[in-house]
Design a protein around this ligand. Structure first.
Ligand code: XIL
Length: 355
């Protein structure tokens, strides 16, 4: 019943679409989609990439590609707690500041990733002996408000909490939950909102694309936050996905998030090919075509949303030359190949935007 209600709400919201209303979208004039826009900067959905600050500083080709194609930047690692807070109360802003300045210099939006994530808790949290809830609330509040305050007016949006749930739908253990309780999530949003009332605040999660159960949990949880008046403004769908993922799954996850009335950010998109982790795998034409289709589904799914709910699509990395997925075995998950040339995946996005 709930599912049906979500869908009805979604359909009633979807009367306008994400596409720009400025006449730039091609209207079936037969031109190939890639001729319609020079780069993704002109795409009807804000296109972002997770970037390495080191690569921005040292690799000119990388930098030029990022500037040419993207309108939004996420630090792949530069704004995580273990990077920003080497000791309690002391901060290392250099890389994140570089990223923010780079974005400002090139007219790009910055998406902050991520304030609270169990995998990047600073080491010094483990040294704190207190088990007092109020003490832990204070530590979290200070960290969040120092960081959000530092970037106030420069970082447009934040993943406030990343990955709240396990795949089985139970709430994940983390140091904050251990000492503060489940309430840690809503407190994190409230603290962030106090520090920058203009920032768009996201709950970011993975797995909505492949787990119906998790998707449902995430949406129910987000709805409960909204009903309590917690300042959560958007849902981040990570979408670390793969070439066998279906159109139905991807679009359903986007629709469910949108049915909450919140903004939707496909926040970490990459499309794996080598799911088996085969060390001898090669990237075939069939892989490229399957990957193109997945990128198209995601673009189409986002184009269905009302413009005000369509926050953007961010790929998790820029080119296949450097992706977190290829650290242990080969993979080719992104829009640009290892020589920085556009892949069929890129055309898949354009097809999704313009067909
Ligand atoms: C990954 C980075 O890409 C890696 O470089 C790092 O070693 C580990 O984290 N979900 C997230 C991202 O929210 O922050 C993760 O990024 C990928 C999974």
């Amino acid at each position: 019943m709930k599912k049906i209600l979500l869908f009805v709400l979604f359909l009633s919201l979807a009367h306008t679409s994400c596409s720009k209303d400025d006449g730039t979208a091609p209207q079936g004039d037969g031109k190939l989609p890639e001729l319609q826009i020079a780069t993704l900067r002109e795409a009807p959905v804000t296109m972002g990439a997770a970037v390495s600050v080191d690569a921005l500083k040292t690799d000119e080709k990388y930098r030029d590609l990022v500037v040419r194609e993207f309108t939004s930047l996420t630090g792949e690692n530069a704004m995580k707690m273990d990077a920003l807070a080497p000791a309690q109360g002391s901060y290392k802003w250099d890389d994140a500041d570089y990223l923010v300045q780079f974005a400002a210099d090139h007219g790009m939006r910055v998406h902050g990733h991520t304030l609270i994530w169990y995998r990047t808790e600073a080491w010094w949290l483990g040294q704190i002996l207190s088990t007092d809830k109020e003490v832990w609330k204070g530590i979290m509040k200070t960290y969040i408000q120092d960081v959000v305050g530092h970037f106030r007016g420069k970082v447009a949006s934040w993943d406030v909490v990343n990955e709240v749930f396990e795949d089985d739908g139970t709430m994940r253990d983390c140091i904050w939950r251990r000492y503060i309780g489940d309430e840690y999530v809503e407190l994190a949003f409230r603290y962030a909102h106090e520090a920058d009332p203009d920032a768009v605040l996201f709950y970011n999660e993975y797995g909505q694309d492949y787990s119906f159960l998790k998707n449902q949990k995430v949406c129910e949880f987000a709805r409960s936050l909204v009903e309590k008046g917690v300042p959560v403004h958007g849902i981040g769908l990570q979408f670390h996905t793969h070439t066998a993922q279906t159109e139905e799954h991807l679009k359903y996850a986007i629709r469910c998030a949108a049915a909450l009335g919140l903004k939707v950010h496909v926040s970490e998109l990459d499309v794996r090919v080598n799911d088996e982790g085969d060390p001898d795998r090669v990237f075939t034409e069939e892989d490229a075509a399957a990957q193109q289709a997945v990128y198209r589904y995601v673009a189409q799914g986002m184009m269905e949303l009302p413009a005000e709910q369509c926050y953007g699509i961010t790929t998790w990395g820029v080119t296949d030359a450097a992706t977190w997925l290829a650290e242990e075995h080969p993979d080719w998950p992104l829009l640009f190949d290892a020589r920085y040339a556009k892949k069929p995946a890129y055309h898949g996005l354009l097809q999704g935007f313009y067909k």
